[in-house]
Design a protein around this ligand. Structure first.
Ligand SMILES: Cc1cc2nc3c(=O)[nH]c(=O)nc-3n(C[C@H](O)[C@H](O)[C@H](O)COP(=O)(O)OP(=O)(O)OC[C@H]3O[C@@H](n4cnc5c(N)ncnc54)[C@H](O)[C@@H]3O)c2cc1C
Length: 497
């Protein structure tokens, strides 16, 4: 049995803790904040609102199921899932909202109503995306991305062409659809979670399969319920979680971690999984000689967006609003350019509204709604109160017009969250929200490595390493990092014996 320290109690850290403690190791998780969950923490207000502070789209339910199955449990035993219908809405303008139905034949009807022949193209598109999902999510993402040999599996080589790792997502979508609304629907998942569709491999149409075929789900109690389930699981396996525990340094001697400094006190351990932001771990916790990458390396990386968020409570019900609404009533290309190509505060922003009180009575007091309003922005922008307020006005104005409701005079809770908060709360690099973008040059083997090349017993997990950003990939990342660490420990043990 080894004594293992995990830095960070986000999804990746909790996942690694669950696997390592189940295998009998003494696991200590150190989390700087007062609660577990990392970017998926919840905000409970004094006047009865509950907000998920980060993720709100529960996609790829199979990944969560597989995680709990690994411990002889099921999702149904841990929390209740509900299929949302409509899955989500896209607002294209006043009185112009597209409701995306959960039922596939209704979705085909919707496509056909906009573009003749598009429903059969949708079937073909999703058939191909299904192959990518099955190969990608059920196989590729569980690989550590350390060597090309991992990808030498004959089926994968044969399928590489079909996976479309090297062609652009944007071109791929336009081969099947020409109606701008359908293109917007297909492109939004890669746009919000990663990069310009033209820089994203067509491989990521697997996200469309996840979103349109596997459904958009809601865990009762919000993502906080998933965090609680994973925290309890890790603890019941024996992991010890230390909250308000800031890791200040990783002590390395002769290419081996010997301990970490937590709140000024030394904690000895046999190995470390660093599940905090990769750049923070390298730059703030390790000496220069022990780092995997230089500052120059990080400067060249394409980060996923940051965002400006408002948590808003209103003391009235909003009839014309569903659980998830994407406001695509401005030029998508312009906003994308202002995130990725020419970083600046958006001139005409798109935004997203989550109103989980539509599906969950505990999210707001009776007769009230909780609004989570998110505008994606480039990481590293200058963030201040004045800018935040300007966008609050812009987004609330459009939300009021769309819903036909006076909301501003009904606000009884309001809090903003942006780049400076991501940095202060999570040691986030440039205030990023979702880690590293899924571009062609940052996929699989080309992601920051899950293992330190110089320090033998130091591994990394989380949205900066394989397989990438999002809750399901972070959970997988914890599993892969734990697996690599156990492989290393086994080898060391064999040498000693
Ligand atoms: C606003 C927002 C919306 C999102 N929406 C979705 C969505 O709808 N669906 C989806 O699937 N994904 C979504 N994501 C992405 C998803 O939430 C993340 O990819 C995932 O939660 C990242 O988990 P992680 O473990 O890698 O990192 P984190 O959650 O950041 O965990 C890292 C932890 O390390 C801690 N830490 C940092 N430094 C130290 C230190 N020195 N000592 C101790 N602890 C430290 C941090 O406090 C944090 O708790 C969203 C993210 C955000 C921010």
């Amino acid at each position: 049995m080894s004594k293992i320290a995990i830095i960070g109690a986000g999804f990746s850290g909790l996942s690694a803790a669950a696997y390592l403690s189940a295998a009998g190791h003494e696991v200590h998780v150190f989390e700087k904040n007062a609660e577990t969950g990392g970017r998926a923490r919840q905000l409970q207000t004094g006047n009865g609102y509950v907000f998920d502070m980060g993720p709100s789209w529960y996609w790829m339910p199979g990944v969560f199921e597989k995680f709990f199955n690994d411990f002889d449990l099921t999702v149904a035993e841990m929390y209740k899932l509900t299929l949302l219908d409509p899955s989500f809405d896209i607002v294209f303008g006043e009185n112009d909202t597209m409701h995306i139905p959960a039922d596939f034949s209704n979705l085909c009807d919707l496509f056909e109503s906009l573009e003749t022949g598009s429903s059969s193209n949708l079937k073909k598109f999703l058939e191909e995306a299904k192959y990518k999902y099955k190969t990608g999510i059920e196989n590729l993402v569980y690989k550590p991305g350390l060597s090309i040999a991992e990808f030498a599996d004959i089926d994968l080589v044969k399928g590489a062409f079909r996976l479309q790792v090297f062609s652009s997502f944007s071109k791929h979508v336009r081969k099947y659809f020409s109606h701008p609304k359908l293109i917007a629907l297909m492109e939004f998942p890669v746009l919000f979670l990663g990069a310009m569709p033209e820089d994203t491999p067509a491989l990521y149409s697997l996200m469309n399969y996840a979103g349109l075929k596997l459904g958009t789900w809601y865990p009762e109690g919000g993502f906080g319920a998933v965090v609680n389930a994973m925290t309890k699981l890790a603890q019941s396996n024996g992991a010890i979680i230390h909250l308000n525990a800031v890791v200040e340094r990783i002590e390395v001697k002769n290419n081996m971690v010997e301990g970490i400094i937590v709140n000024g006190t030394r904690f000895e351990c046999d190995a470390v999984i660093a599940a905090a932001d990769y750049h923070h771990v390298e730059k703030e916790l390790l000496q220069l000689k022990d780092r995997n990458y230089t500052e120059d390396y990080w400067e060249k990386k394409t980060l996923a967006p940051s965002c400006l968020i408002f948590f808003i409570g209103v003391n009235k019900k909003i009839d014309l609003l569903n659980h998830h609404s994407l406001f695509f009533d401005e030029d998508i290309a312009l906003h994308s350019k202002e995130i990725y190509k020419d970083p600046q505060w958006p001139s005409k922003p798109l935004f997203y509204v989550c109103c989980s009180s539509k599906s969950d009575p505990v999210a707001a007091p009776p007769g009230h709604e909780n609004l989570f309003v998110l505008m994606p922005i480039a990481p590293g922008l200058n963030d201040n109160e004045e800018i935040r307020l300007k966008y609050f006005g812009i987004m609330m104005d459009r939300l009021q017009k769309q819903t036909g409701e006076d909301l501003l005079s009904h606000v009884d809770y309001k809090k903003s969250y942006c780049i400076n908060d991501f940095i202060a709360d999570y040691n986030s690099y440039k205030g990023n929200a979702y880690g590293l973008a899924n571009t062609l040059k940052q996929t699989a083997l080309l992601k920051p490595k899950i293992r330190n090349k110089k320090v033998r017993n130091l591994f990394y997990a989380g949205q900066f390493t394989v397989p990438g950003p999002g809750v399901p990939p972070s959970i997988i990342s914890g599993k892969v990092a734990a697996g690599q660490l156990m492989k290393y420990l086994k080898k060391v043990h064999e040498v000693v014996v």
